[in-house]
Design a protein around this ligand. Structure first.
Ligand SMILES: Nc1ncnc2c1ncn2[C@@H]1O[C@H](COP(=O)(O)OP(=O)(O)OP(=O)(O)O)[C@@H](O)[C@H]1O
Ligand SMILES: [Mg+2]
Length: 342
C-alpha cells in the first residue's frame, strides 16, 4: 500500500466528500493483494481522520481535524487546556459521535465494537470501584475484553508488575493514592496486548518516578510494535517519547510533524572561544543575533547548517574554539510561538 494515500487525507468518494471508506478503496486499488477485509485492516494506518469535527452548541471542540497516525508510532497530541484533546480521543473510541467528518481506527469506522477490543484506553478522569482490589479491577476488565479465562491470571500479574503494584494487588482501590490509581488505570489499558494504546494525560497524578516509569512503559509498547496515542500538555513528555506530534488549539491542528521539524531549523549555538579580539565579534552578525554570556558567545537564530561556517570564521579570525554547543529553541518558546502564529 502506498502510505501517501493515507497521509494526504484527501480521499474522496463519488459525491466528492472526504471519505475514509474511499481511502480504503484507494489503498486497495494501490495494492491488489489487499483483497480481503482483514488484510486491509492490518495494512491501514492506526488512525486516519478526515475533517473530523465535533460541535457542542456554538463551540467547535474539534474543528475539521485531518491526520494520520501510522502503525507502531508514538504519536503525541499536544495542546493547552480546552484545545480538544479529550474530545478527539472520545471520537476515536466511539464515546462521542462526530458532528462532521469521518475517521478510521485500525482500519474500522469510529466506534466499531470489535476493534475496541484491540484498543487499550486510559481515560483522563479515571475512577475505579473503591471496594474492589486491584486484581479484581484487572480481572473485570479481562472479562470485558473477552480475553480467554485461562489468560486472566497471567495478564493480571504482568499488568501489576509493569505498573509496579505487584505487592498491592490484593489491596482495595479505595485505599490507593491518586497516583497508584492512575498506575492501575494504565495497567488496565495494557491488558490483552492492545494494538493501539490511547493515553489521556497518563502522568497527571504521578510523581517524577511515576512519570519516568510511564515513559519506559511507552517505549516498551513501541518496541513491542504497539501504536501509542498520547494526549499531553507536557512538552517535555512529548519530547521524551513521541516520534511525531500534532499541536492542537481551539479544535484545530496547527502543526503536525516530528518535534524536531516543528522546532524549526533555527537554533542557538553557544561557543567558548579563546584569544578572540572583541572587535572581531562584530562580523558574527551575519550568522545571527549574538551576545556575550561571561566567557561564552551566544548566537541566536542561526541556521544549523551554518554552524560549521561560523566556527571556520572564528578560527580564521585567530580565535581558539574550545567548545561549540548547539541548543534548540526552548520547547515552551516554540509552543507559544506556534499558538501565536495562527
Ligand atoms: N460534553 C461537553 N459539552 C459541552 N462542551 C464540551 C463538552 N466536552 C468538551 N467540551 C468543550 O470542548 C472544548 C474542548 O474540551 P476538551 O475536554 O476536549 O479539551 P482538552 O484539550 O482535553 O483540555 P484539558 O487539557 O483541559 O483536558 C472545551 O471548550 C470544552 O468546554
Ligand atoms: Mg483533556
Amino acid at each position: 500500500m502506498s502510505q501517501t494515500n493515507w497521509a494526504d487525507s484527501t480521499a474522496l468518494d463519488r459525491r466528492g466528500r472526504s471519505s475514509p471508506a474511499a481511502a480504503v478503496g484507494l489503498a486497495q486499488a494501490a495494492n491488489p493483494l489487499l483483497a480481503d477485509h482483514a488484510d486491509q485492516r492490518t495494512a491501514s494506518p492506526a488512525i486516519h481522520t478526515v475533517a473530523l469535527s465535533k460541535r457542542y452548541g456554538k463551540t467547535f471542540a474539534v474543528n475539521s481535524l485531518s491526520m494520520t497516525v501510522q502503525r507502531g508510532e508514538v504519536f503525541g497530541f499536544l495542546g493547552p487546556n480546552g484545545a480538544g484533546k479529550t474530545t478527539v480521543v472520545k471520537l476515536l473510541l466511539g464515546l462521542a459521535r462526530p458532528t462532521g467528518g469521518e475517521g478510521l481506527v485500525l482500519g474500522a469506522p469510529l466506534g466499531d465494537r470489535e476493534t475496541r477490543r484491540q484498543i487499550g484506553y486510559l481515560p483522563e478522569l479515571f475512577r475505579f470501584q473503591p471496594l474492589l482490589t486491584a486484581r479484581e479491577v484487572l480481572r473485570l476488565h479481562c472479562r470485558l475484553l473477552a480475553l480467554p479465562k485461562a489468560a486472566w491470571k497471567q495478564q493480571e500479574r504482568a499488568a501489576l508488575q509493569t505498573i509496579g503494584l505487584l505487592e498491592r494487588g490484593d489491596d482495595r482501590v479505595g485505599t490507593f493514592s491518586k497516583g497508584m490509581q492512575q498506575r492501575l488505570g494504565l495497567g488496565v489499558a495494557l491488558l490483552g496486548n492492545p494494538t493501539l494504546v490511547v493515553l489521556d494525560e497518563p502522568t497527571s497524578a504521578l510523581d517524577p518516578v511515576g512519570r519516568h516509569d510511564v515513559r519506559e512503559i511507552i517505549r516498551g509498547l513501541r518496541e513491542s510494535g504497539s501504536t501509542v496515542f498520547l494526549n499531553t500538555h507536557l512538552l517535555e513528555e512529548a519530547a521524551h517519547v513521541c516520534d511525531r506530534v500534532a499541536v492542537i488549539d481551539k479544535g484545530r491542528a496547527i502543526a503536525i510533524g516530528a518535534l524536531d521539524e516543528l522546532l524549526g531549523h533555527h537554533s542557538r549555538v553557544r561557543l567558548k572561544v579563546g584569544a578572540l579580539n572583541e572587535n572581531w565579534c562584530h562580523g558574527l552578525g551575519r550568522f545571527g543575533r549574538w551576545h556575550r554570556e561571561n566567557e561564552w558567545i551566544v548566537v541566536e537564530g542561526i541556521d544549523r547548517s551554518r554552524i560549521a561556517d561560523l566556527v571556520d570564521e572564528l578560527v580564521a579570525l585567530g580565535g581558539r574554539v574550545e567548545a561549540v554547543i548547539p541548543e534548540h529553541q526552548s520547547l515552551e518558546a516554540r509552543f507559544l510561538e506556534l499558538l501565536g502564529e495562527r
